[in-house]
Design a protein around this ligand. Structure first.
Ligand SMILES: O=C(O)CCC(=O)C(=O)O
Ligand SMILES: [Fe+2]
Length: 322
């Protein structure tokens, strides 16, 4: 069950879901350690058909090769606001957002607007992918809860995470032509607002996380595996036992980079507060309770054109000075 990948000096555990109900306790403790220290790990044998990634990648090429006027029909000042154009997150980043639970409808609205006609095959694929990712997210949280304490998945999975929702971002990175001389940031340092994020990155790599002592470490692409990272909501809910790490994307080659990020989040109206069992005896609360949507609004209002900028994380929003 347990396997580990050498990542420069960074060793991230690989959660193998071949038998999700039968995970060794030694693996659970290495998973918990990774979530505390790095906030990142890999998941493999996750059951997502490979051809879904291939098809979404094809779809992504199709969308992002459209003219910018067409794409801006979904831009920040449009009705749907599902497209993030270049020069918002970075000059080299553009993305399309598809929201659950009805991934079919959400993508259909964008596609109809872009192409002026129905392309149900794309929406079907995105719905299938979204359904897989919703289930996968729940399985991963179940295992993370198990790693935090005996029977915690029984106590907390449905009661705390039963109403989580998800959305995906399909991302196209277009590096500048002189990228070979100087690597550039495709996406600047940020933390995710999710409970967990599950990322497919293509073979070019470039995802990096920041260690507690401020070093940038590569999260290499790993065949047939997805990258999982802890987001801000989970950091607050776990009273800081799980780390929402700063990360970024660097571009080193003059080739476009494709990634697909799935964000699994608490429902907007949920009050995020670490349960007493998670807190443990005598430990101070590190975060005041807050309503999930209020944090998301706080982040959005501080982004000022710079999506997910650091300096306004959950610590700045709800951290208690203890
Ligand atoms: O493109 C990637 O590999 C990661 C993207 C990311 O960190 C994000 O969208 O939050
Ligand atoms: Fe991220």
């Amino acid at each position: 069950m347990m396997s580990e990948l050498e990542e420069d000096s960074l060793k991230l555990p690989v959660l193998d879901l071949t038998q999700p109900d039968n995970i060794e306790s030694s693996f659970l403790s290495s998973l918990l350690k990774a979530c505390q220290e790095w906030g990142f790990f890999y998941v493999t044998n996750h059951g997502i058909p490979i051809n879904l990634f291939t098809k979404i990648r094809e779809f992504s090429n199709h969308i992002f090769s459209l003219g910018s006027d067409t794409k801006l029909k979904l831009g920040p000042s449009s009705r749907l606001k599902t497209y993030t154009p270049h020069f918002i997150a970075s000059p080299y980043f553009e993305s399309l957002r598809v929201s659950g639970p009805d991934f079919f409808d959400s993508s259909k609205a964008s596609i109809d607007e872009l192409f002026g006609q129905h392309k149900p095959e794309f929406s079907e694929i995105l719905q299938e992918y979204g359904n897989h990712m919703m289930k996968l997210s729940k399985r991963i949280i179940e295992i993370i809860l198990k790693s935090l304490g005996t029977d915690y998945e029984k106590k907390f999975l449905d009661s705390e995470f039963g109403n989580c929702h998800g959305y995906m971002r399909i991302v196209n990175y277009t590096p500048p032509s002189n990228v070979k001389e100087n690597q550039v940031e495709g996406l600047g340092m940020h933390t995710d607002m999710s409970c967990i994020t599950i990322v497919f990155q293509d073979e070019l790599g470039g995802l990096q996380m920041r260690s507690k002592d401020g070093k940038w470490l590569n999260i290499h692409p790993c065949k047939n595996s997805l990258v999982v990272n802890i987001g801000d909501l989970m950091q607050a809910w776990s009273n800081g036992r799980l780390r929402s790490s700063e990360h970024r994307v660097v571009l080193r080659r003059s080739q476009n980079r494709f990634s697909l990020a799935f964000f699994w989040c608490f429902e907007d109206e949920k009050e995020v507060i670490a349960p007493n069992e998670i807190l443990g005896n005598g430990n101070p609360r590190l975060y005041r309770p807050f309503v999930c949507l209020k944090y998301i609004k706080f982040r959005e209002s501080n982004e000022v054109g710079n999506f997910e900028k650091i300096g306004y994380t959950v610590k700045d929003f709800a951290g208690l000075n203890v």
